[in-house]
Write a protein that binds this ligand. Structure first.
Ligand code: IPD
Ligand code: CA
Ligand code: CA
Length: 251
């Protein structure tokens, strides 16, 4: 499904018929490509697994009579896609009774297919992947992202950047949360954090990361999904630098 959706995305990439629409603001966009990719995936699920539930970014949630739920981001990295940058992906996870049991993240322009199956490991284009063995922050290349409401709140991740940037080898903003997580899983990055993500951004990636030996967690509870992913030896040190906000009920 991810490959077929990826092929559909490439029909639109760097083309003139994207029809960009805004959602929350000018930093939150959707294109014809997002919708076309989602259509491919949803059609295949309804053909092969008509009873399954689905959560997909553009069309929302549909409830089936099944213990399985698909969690889909048909185009992760729409801003990159619109700009003609190659870091974008299709992310598909499947949950059984609320636990992700398998996931794929496919970056069609890069032709990189990440796969994870609970208990069976993670692969990139068929080869087993594992997280980085770098053990000190001064050698770590770390990625992050910024929330779409960065224009209306000072709670926009710059505080975390200010603390981590001086301590690490390099900071990256690749523009696809699913790719950031998978690159950490594959050892191309030593860590990734971002706040205000959603289930569809992280469902497949977090399984792939944990199957590759990474540690992941939520560093705050008040901004949707706020995740940190890193190799075990760097996880605590990176997490310590991130602003944490407790669960409302704990305030
Ligand atoms: C976005 C990307 C981006 C992240 C944003 C996400 P989208 O997803 O993952 O890297 O910084 O927070 O919303 O909108 O392109 O599917
Ligand atoms: Ca996304
Ligand atoms: Ca998306």
């Amino acid at each position: 499904m991810a490959r077929q959706a990826g092929r559909r995305l490439l029909d639109f990439f760097r083309s003139a018929h994207l029809h960009v629409e805004t959602k929350l603001n000018e930093s939150d966009i959707v294109t014809e490509a997002d919708k076309a990719s989602e259509e491919v995936i949803l059609r295949m699920i309804s053909e092969h697994f008509p009873t399954h539930s689905v959560l997909s970014e553009e069309s929302g949630e549909s409830f089936g009579d099944s213990e399985y739920r698909w969690v889909i981001d048909p185009l992760d990295g729409t801003t990159n896609f619109r700009s003609g940058l190659p870091f974008f992906s299709v992310s598909i996870g499947i949950e059984h009774r609320g636990e992700t049991v398998a996931g794929v993240v496919y970056a069609p322009r890069l032709d990189e297919m990440f796969r994870g199956v609970r208990g069976c490991g993670a692969t990139l284009n068929g080869s087993v992947i594992g997280c980085s063995s770098i053990a000190t922050l001064d050698r770590a290349v770390v990625a992050t992202g910024f929330p779409v409401d960065k224009n209306v709140t000072a709670d926009n991740n710059l505080d975390n950047v200010g603390r981590l940037l001086p301590r690490i080898r390099g900071l990256r903003r690749l523009g696809s949360a699913a790719i950031d997580i998978c690159y950490t899983a594959a050892g191309f990055l030593e860590g990734y954090w971002e706040m205000n993500l959603h289930d569809w951004d992280v469902a497949a990636g977090l399984l792939i990361a944990s199957e590759a030996g990474c540690k992941s967690g939520e560093f705050r509870r008040d901004r949707n999904r706020s995740v940190v992913v890193a190799p075990p030896q760097l996880f605590d040190e990176i997490s310590r630098e991130l602003s944490t906000v407790p669960n409302r009920s704990e305030l």
